[in-house]
Every structure is written in structure tokens, then in C-alpha cells.
Design a protein around this ligand. Structure first.
Ligand code: ATP
Ligand code: MG
Length: 338
């Protein structure tokens, strides 16, 4: 029997963001469409500069000036965030959709206590009194497993370890029980044991609340363990997406395959030769006319159609598994990542 499709809570459609450049606008997020369902984890991977952060900052109306979202929709439970008046967007951000930013050190204010900072989020969105906000802040710290929350609520950020600061940021993000949580590289600054704890925490919170989780990560082990679906980005575009299992087993874009071969993941046997992807990620101001990956592609590189025509993201063997490559069928015989 077919599983019913889980309910989509966040639907990003054709999102496009540009920055002005010396020779015209530079496209940084290029026609990105992504869906997140309730209770589902979507992992987003891609080399540094591929547009992962900018995609979700665009979705939340957080693109730094002079950048601009020039097209697309961001439907959260059916309402387009990009068309809300600024005060309503601010209201929904935090309450309905929240983000844990990539840089945890700058995201906490050193001069306020942890409790004040969580309380601030609560009071900006609700009519809670100062004392009820403090009570809720303590409860929220408890939910993210901060030991002794009654006492730690009055600590300043520097009194927290790195792992606890990351938990405090997650506490701020989930304080209002958002429907979608975006976690941008939530564990890169942490040591391995603490990383695992933070990821387990996110998975538990997701299970308990049914929120949709977007996990931006460089770590394929994290993808293998936590992701239901996977999107692979390159040059501001989604190059491939599908269920995580399927994309892992049968990548249909040469970039995905190269990425998998270039970084270690959970079941990479010790001693496996990793193959770095040759060349550098492209300068977004100087993208090739055809496929953005063509100059580095082991597969189609040099072919006329790859150089001249820009492939669309199209369904592969199964409709939910899409890739942006003219020659995806030829990948079937490629060695899948070990
Ligand atoms: N303020 C800005 N002005 C102009 N371009 C920017 C700005 N911030 C980022 N970019 C460019 O946008 C592109 C996408 O950056 P983004 O931060 O989204 O990448 P990322 O995939 O999140 O990378 P990382 O893995 O390093 O976090 C890059 O080419 C980057 O140089
Ligand atoms: Mg980023």
C-alpha cells in the first residue's frame, strides 16, 4: 500500500535572490524549490558557498542588503512569508518558523543572561509577564537538557560551554514551538561527542513536537543518520533531491557522486581513498551558460549539450528523485559511494 504523503508545512517555490555586481545582478539563489513536511528532516548539503545559508535566509526575509529576493514564494502553512508586511513576517519568524544561525558565538548577546535572552524571544511574541517568561525560559532550558536550569538561567553566555551555548540557541529557537526549525550547521563548532548529543536533541524535539526540521550540514554521517530527504546544492541551485536513502544509494547527479567520494561518511571504510573534487566552486558572477558543474564534471564535462544548455531539475527513475543533469541515466553504472 502507498504511504500517505506527509503534510507539507514549508514549501519554497522558485526562490531567487540576487546581489548587485559590477556587471549586473549576480544570482546567488537560483530558482530553488524545496518542501518540508511535518515531522520530517530535510538535509541540505553542498560545498561552501553553494547557497545553503542564503536560501534559508532568503526564505525568512533575512537577506542582507543590498541583496534582494527577486522571485519565488515561501509558503508556510499556505501563507506566503515573502508577501507579508514586515511586522507580520517578524511575528511569524520565531513563532512559526525559527532558525539556529550558523555562527553560535555571535548569535548570543554577551551582556544579557541566557534567561533574559530566551525571555526576550517569548515576550516579543506573547503577552507573558516577566516572571512567567522566566518560568517558561527555565522550562525550555530543561527541554534542551541544560542541567540545573533554575540556576543556569541566570548565567551569562560565557559561563556556558560550547555545547550548552548551542543548546541555549536551540532553546531560543524552539521556545515558541515553531512548525519548522532550520538548523544551519548546528554542530560544526562542537566536539564529536557533543555534536552527537545536540543532534539527538534535535531529533527528539522533532519527534515530540512534529515540527519539520531543516538540517544544513557538511557531514554525510549526519545525513545518513538523521535525514529523511536530501537536497544537494551547487552554485545556488538544487542539483539533486530525493529521499536520503535513494540519493545515497543511487546518486543521479555527477556532482553528488563527486561530493560523496570527496568527504568521509559513516560507513567509509578506514583507508578508503577520498577523491577531492577537482577545481574550485564557481564564482557566482561568472557561471557557465550551461550546467554550472560542467567545468568540473568527470562525466559530461566537455560535452556540447552540457556546455550550451542548462538542464532543468527533472524526475529520474522515480518521480520524487530529481536531478539536474542531461546524462543522469548514464550514472546508473557508476560505482556508488562506499
Ligand atoms: N552579504 C553578501 N553579499 C554578497 N554575496 C554574498 C553575501 N553573503 C554570501 N554571499 C555569497 O553567496 C553565496 C552563497 O553563500 P552561502 O553563505 O549561502 O553559502 P553556504 O552554502 O551556506 O556556505 P557555507 O557552507 O560556507 O556556510 C556565496 O557565493 C557567497 O559568496
Ligand atoms: Mg552557510
Amino acid at each position: 500500500m502507498m504511504q500517505p504523503k506527509p503534510a507539507t508545512v514549508l514549501s519554497i517555490r522558485g526562490l531567487t535572490t540576487t546581489f548587485p555586481g559590477p556587471r549586473g545582478d549576480i544570482v546567488i539563489v537560483d530558482d530553488v524549490s524545496l518542501d518540508v513536511a511535518r515531522g520530517e528532516t530535510l538535509a541540505v548539503v553542498g560545498e561552501s558557498g553553494s547557497g545553503k545559508t542564503m536560501t534559508f535566509h532568503s526564505a525568512l526575509g533575512l537577506v542582507p542588503s543590498p541583496g534582494r529576493v527577486v522571485a519565488g514564494e515561501v509558503l508556510l502553512d499556505g501563507a506566503d512569508l515573502l508577501r507579508l508586511p514586515p511586522h507580520e513576517l517578524r511575528q511569524r519568524r520565531g513563532a512559526d518558523i525559527a532558525i539556529v544561525f550558523q555562527d553560535p558565538l555571535t548569535a548570543l548577546n554577551p551582556v544579557f543572561t541566557i534567561g533574559d535572552q530566551i525571555g526576550e524571544v517569548l515576550r516579543a511574541h506573547t503577552r507573558l509577564s516577566r516572571s512567567s517568561a522566566r518560568k517558561r525560559a527555565i522550562e525550555t532550558l530543561e527541554r534542551v537538557h541544560i542541567p540545573d536550569p533554575h540556576r543556569r538561567v541566570d548565567d551569562f553566555p560565557h559561563q556556558f560551554s560550547g555545547g550548552m551555548r548551542q543548546r541555549a540557541l536551540i532553546a531560543m529557537a524552539i521556545a515558541l514551538e515553531p512548525k519548522v526549525l532550520i538548523a544551519d550547521e548546528p554542530t560544526t563548532a562542537l566536539d564529536v561527542t557533543v555534536q552527537a548529543q545536540v543532534l539527538e536533541l534535535l531529533a527528539d524535539l522533532k519527534r515530540d513536537t512534529g515540527m519539520g526540521l531543516v538540517l544544513i550540514t557538511h557531514d554525510l554521517g549526519v545525513v545518513a543518520r538523521y535525514a529523511d530527504r536530501l537536497a544537494v546544492m551547487y552554485a545556488g541551485r538544487v542539483m539533486e533531491q530525493g529521499t536520503a536513502d535513494r540519493v545515497f544509494e543511487t546518486p543521479r547527479h555527477p556532482y553528488t557522486l563527486s561530493l560523496f567520494r570527496s568527504i568521509p561518511h559513516l560507513d567509509t571504510p578506514a583507508g578508503t581513498d577520498l577523491t577531492p573534487i577537482e577545481g574550485l566552486p564557481p564564482n557566482p558572477a561568472l557561471l557557465p551558460t550551461g550546467c554550472a558543474f560542467e567545468p568540473r564534471c568527470f562525466h559530461g564535462g566537455g560535452r556540447e549539450d552540457c556546455r550550451s544548455g542548462r538542464p532543468a531539475l527533472t524526475p529520474t527513475d522515480v518521480p520524487e528523485h530529481a536531478a539536474r543533469c542531461w546524462h543522469w541515466t548514464e550514472l546508473a553504472s557508476e560505482r556508488r559511494p562506499s
